[in-house]
Design a protein around this ligand. Structure first.
Ligand SMILES: Nc1ncnc2c1ncn2[C@@H]1O[C@H](COP(=O)(O)OP(=O)(O)OP(=O)(O)O)[C@@H](O)[C@H]1O
Ligand SMILES: [Mg+2]
Length: 257
């Protein structure tokens, strides 16, 4: 059975897409991986050098028209497929909420379709938009596990607590078997005292709540991160060896433990 992992949080720019695509890069060495891009920005496709607006069929057609997901899936790399999103996804919420008589279970649009593809992959990684709305609800409804990126900034603890509560409530109401896979610190600059303090505060909070916080941290690394822009591939598929790639390998190791 495949392992379905959502990379989720309500915050923008905290490496949801980077984690999704870099983990996919590593896992693809010996497993078959599907990335479901549920963000209308289409950044997961862009990370593999694919233009989101070139796709005629996308996750939108799967969720709104009930199309078989296989029709929209494209190959991104050896052992990595993508079910893409593009600008069409920005209409999803409006199209569904204005036609509620047709869509009786608005959080189950993906659930009925994931069965068509689930058995084709070892891992399904779902990249999500930076908000908690209808799309995120559909993603959480099909996910076995949720990986939550955490950027240590002044007010991010408060936001993380709210996110964890939202996931807990959603789990109870819609997907009781879903688990929080863990929290991972991102864009960490260990030279910054504030980062150090906030990461420690987060570790303490997670420990007290019985939530896993990964030892691996994704460092702030502007130099390496830009490799996506030049090579059209996530760093784990291009760069030979650097701190960033090593951090993703460490994270993968902990996820598979
Ligand atoms: N290790 C890194 N250090 C610094 N910048 C990075 C790193 N990894 C990725 N970036 C850059 O940070 C930005 C945000 O990353 P990313 O797109 O993965 O975040 P996101 O959470 O998916 O954002 P959004 O909420 O917009 O979807 C991107 O421009 C990316 O190239
Ligand atoms: Mg993103």
């Amino acid at each position: 059975m495949s392992r379905i992992i959502a990379i989720s949080t309500n915050k923008g720019g905290v490496l949801k897409t980077s984690i999704t695509t870099n983990l996919a890069g590593i896992l693809s060495k010996d497993s078959k991986v599907l990335i479901i891009d549920s963000d209308n920005q289409g950044n997961a496709s862009l990370s593999f050098g694919l233009q989101p607006d070139d796709f005629e069929l996308s996750l939108y057609n799967v969720m709104v028209d009930g199309m078989n997901a296989k029709k929209a899936i494209v190959k991104a790399y050896e052992n990595v497929d993508i079910l893409p999103s593009n600008d069409d996804m920005s209409f999803l919420e409006f199209d569904i909420l204005t036609n509620m008589h047709e869509y009786k279970k608005p959080f189950s649009l993906l659930k009925s379709k994931i069965k068509d593809i689930e058995s084709d992959y070892d891992y399904i990684l779902i990249d999500t938009p930076p908000n908690l709305g209808l799309t995120q609800g559909n993603v959480l409804s099909v996910s076995h596990e949720v990986l939550i990126p955490f950027q240590p900034e002044s007010y991010s603890m408060r936001s993380l607590v709210k996110m964890l509560n939202a996931v807990k409530n959603f789990k109870e109401d819609h997907n009781p078997s879903m688990e929080v896979l863990g929290v991972v610190a991102t864009l960490v600059d260990r030279r910054t005292v504030l980062h150090d303090e906030i990461v420690q505060e987060c570790r303490k909070y997670c420990y007290e709540k019985g939530i896993k916080m990964f030892y691996a941290e994704i460092p702030k690394a502007i130099r390496y991160a830009s490799s996506v822009a030049y090579e059209g591939l996530p760093a784990t598929l291009t760069a030979k060896n650097n701190d960033l790639v090593k951090a993703y390998h460490d994270l993968k190791g902990e996820i598979l433990q």
